[in-house]
Design a protein around this ligand. Sequence first.
Ligand SMILES: Cc1cc2nc3c(=O)[nH]c(=O)nc-3n(C[C@H](O)[C@H](O)[C@H](O)COP(=O)(O)O)c2cc1C
Length: 210
Amino acid sequence: MKQIIITILLCATALVGLRLATKPAEKAPQTVREAIEGRRSIRQYEEREVEREKLQQIAECGVLAPSAMNRQEWELRIVGSKAWIDRCTAAFVEQVKGTPLGDHLLTADFKNMFRNAPAVIFVAAKPSTYAGVNVGLLGENMMLAAYELGLGTCCLGSPVGFLNSEAGSQFLASLGFSEGYVLQYALAVGYPAEQPEAKPRDMSKIVFVE
Ligand SMILES: Cc1cc2nc3c(=O)[nH]c(=O)nc-3n(C[C@H](O)[C@H](O)[C@H](O)COP(=O)(O)O)c2cc1C
């Protein structure tokens, strides 16, 4: 009897240990509010490719966003190629090493210039009064869609400067945006390897006017 009890206790301990070690995936958000509240900018990712269908689904949710007069003056380019990301990163590192930006970014856990993500969605827009609003709406749609699929994202403005520089021009060209379209941001996408706390928000910015 004593032996049976000890065996049961050992099995239970092992199961609890296994559960902690594998940490169950975060529950998918059930409401839009839950998705908005749960999303975080993710800067550490698992070394795991993102399925093409999921990237397509995320991009489609972006394009479902409203745009001024429904002109949809945006273009998206999806890069899931580690080789492309690594080549671009090598050129970027060459440019920033020894600079304050390099010191800030090139830490021990640096894997690539897209906050270590295995996939990136580049967003360009035709310059217009509402271009920023349009791509902003598109971006949040993509981030929430990715979050629902168990993926992490980070909107990145910092790679734009490099891609517009001489050293980055070949990479920008390889994205093949149409003439007149200007790169706005890169969206890092991947399976999250961190669970950051929520950053504070200032709700006093909201004012009812009577
Ligand atoms: C337009 C834009 C540009 C951003 N650029 C960067 C960036 O270059 N690098 C980075 O790590 N995060 C970048 N972020 C992410 C913000 O730092 C992040 O959204 C903010 O700190 C709030 O954190 P949260 O997204 O987890 O709520 C950017 C966000 C936006 C909207």
